[in-house]
Write a protein that binds this ligand. Structure first.
Ligand SMILES: NC(=O)c1ccc[n+]([C@@H]2O[C@H](COP(=O)([O-])OP(=O)(O)OC[C@H]3O[C@@H](n4cnc5c(N)ncnc54)[C@H](OP(=O)(O)O)[C@@H]3O)[C@@H](O)[C@H]2O)c1
Length: 429
């Protein structure tokens, strides 16, 4: 595909699409491979909507699929979003014609990555998606290209800036989840419907993609265990800090002899772990490689500038003749995902109880844990104004998660218990 001039069709003119059009207009020769590119056609939902960039000279398509099929562009960029609907149809249409595709769509790649990779590879068309994970911070290329000589054992990251902003602000200001969420919505950090972010689903899409890249398996969204931050309260943020941890929404993928485990959940992260020091809307990723050891990257996970820059880097790769498999290896050789069964999962947990202030409570808690076979690593009893009883916090040593769950159920039934125990896992990498 030796071409000196590339004509680009851009579907989606929102935050990222407008950012990309502005970037290319300002610097059409950004590709280090030489040559130039220009946006020739665009598509969005509303033609009448005012845009922050000038699209007056560009061909307009009501239908993104028609733009993807148009012979007036050589490269199709999909910035609409969503796993189904127009984004999927347009990407498939372009790939069927052998046209290179660049997308920032994590939902699409997490849900249909293997089929799209097979189509792209069969038609000899690059399919690149750097911006889909961590926006402007290059995580996809690092796992797909820079680390192919290593064996990645685990990845763990803070992959959702909205959740990290909310947790950081709650901790810093002592405000509740609901108050900080409302502020994040007013500042534009959180959507009007925040479910994708605070429910952990956005991070779930991203860790599904990273797991596929790290371990050479097909992206399998259904295998990710997902829990959000909605039920984190200030009391736990404060008590965790006293024990030497910060609570973060951690997305992780770990490979062991029993399979691969992919999870998103609030996790107590030791204060000296690099992930514990990530504040505000930043994203970060920690990688454990068998040969490389520990790698840590941190940067912007969203926003017009950083995300458009990641899309532009993929366009530059296409212009330079990118010819790699879509994932770390050809689609036909991606391994089936083999999840660790819940019965085999082990870990450590933080358990917070609110109990009546009466003699013998601590002894009954210790006996319950001992009977279940769970040993305690640390124990904290703390008077907290307004807690509605005496908060007791304990952290466990590593134990089967099913055993910890049984012990918690038994503790919940103790007569001194005022509220249901709160269990938060302790970060595993
Ligand atoms: N925002 C970020 O910082 C960020 C970071 C990383 C990845 N991403 C990913 O990048 C993609 C775009 O995100 P965004 O934030 O730019 O989204 P956005 O601001 O909501 O923009 C979406 C665009 O898609 C257009 N669109 C929606 N339905 C359409 C349809 N049926 N046909 C044609 N166009 C349609 C919209 O048209 P109208 O403008 O006319 O409504 C809008 O221009 C998503 O996959 C997202 O996950 C975003």
């Amino acid at each position: 595909m030796a071409r000196s001039h590339w004509r680009i069709g851009v579907a989606g003119l929102g935050t990222v699409g407008a950012g990309l059009i502005g970037l290319i207009a300002a610097n059409p020769g950004f590709s280090p491979a030489g040559g130039a590119c220009e946006v020739t056609g665009v598509s969005a939902r509303s033609r009448a909507r005012a845009r922050p960039v000038d699209i007056s000279g560009l061909a307009w398509f009501d239908d993104p699929e028609a733009l993807a099929r148009s012979e007036d562009n050589d490269l199709f960029v999909e910035l609409i979003g969503g796993a189904e609907g127009p984004a999927r149809a347009a990407v498939e249409a372009a790939l069927r014609l052998g046209k290179p595709v660049v997308t920032a769509n994590k939902a699409l790649i997490a849900a249909h990555g293997k089929e799209l990779a097979a189509l792209a590879e069969a038609r000899g068309a690059p399919l690149l998606f750097e911006a889909a994970v961590m926006g402007g911070t290059p995580a996809v290329k690092m796992l797909r290209e820079a680390l192919v000589g290593d064996e990645v054992e685990a990845v763990a990251g803070i992959l959702n800036g909205t959740c990290n902003y909310i947790l950081t602000e709650m901790e810093a200001t002592g405000r509740s989840f609901a108050e900080v969420l409302a502020e994040a919505q007013a500042l534009g950090y959180a959507e009007a419907d925040p479910t994708m972010d605070v429910g952990g689903f956005d991070a779930g899409h991203k860790i599904t993609i990273l797991a596929a890249l790290a371990f050479g398996c097909a992206p399998t969204l259904a295998a990710a265990e997902i829990e959000g931050v909605e039920s984190i309260d200030l009391l736990d943020l404060r008590l965790a800090k006293e024990l030497g941890y910060r609570i973060k929404l951690v997305a992780s993928a770990v490979r062991s002899a029993s399979g691969v485990s992919v999870r998103v959940h609030p996790a107590l992260t030791p204060l000296d772990h690099p992930l514990a020091r990530v504040d505000g809307v930043l994203n970060a990723l920690f990688i454990q490689g068998a040969r490389t050891g520990r790698i840590f990257i941190q940067g912007a996970g969203a926003g017009a500038g950083p995300t458009a820059a990641a899309v532009a880097a993929d366009i530059a790769d296409v212009m330079a003749g990118a010819r790699r498999p879509v994932f770390q290896r050809p689609a036909a050789t991606l391994e089936a995902f083999s999840p660790v069964s819940p019965a085999e999962a082990t870990g450590r947990a933080y358990v917070r109880l609110i109990v009546r202030d009466q003699p013998g409570v601590i002894a009954s808690i210790s006996e319950t844990l001992a009977e279940a076979g769970v040993s305690i690593d640390s124990f904290l009893q703390k008077h907290v104004e307004g807690a509605g009883g005496v908060p007791i916090v304990l952290t466990t040593h590593v134990a089967p998660e099913a055993t910890i769950a049984r012990a918690v159920t038994a503790m919940a039934a103790l007569p001194a218990m005022i509220t249901a125990p709160r269990v938060i896992r302790i970060a595993r990498i």
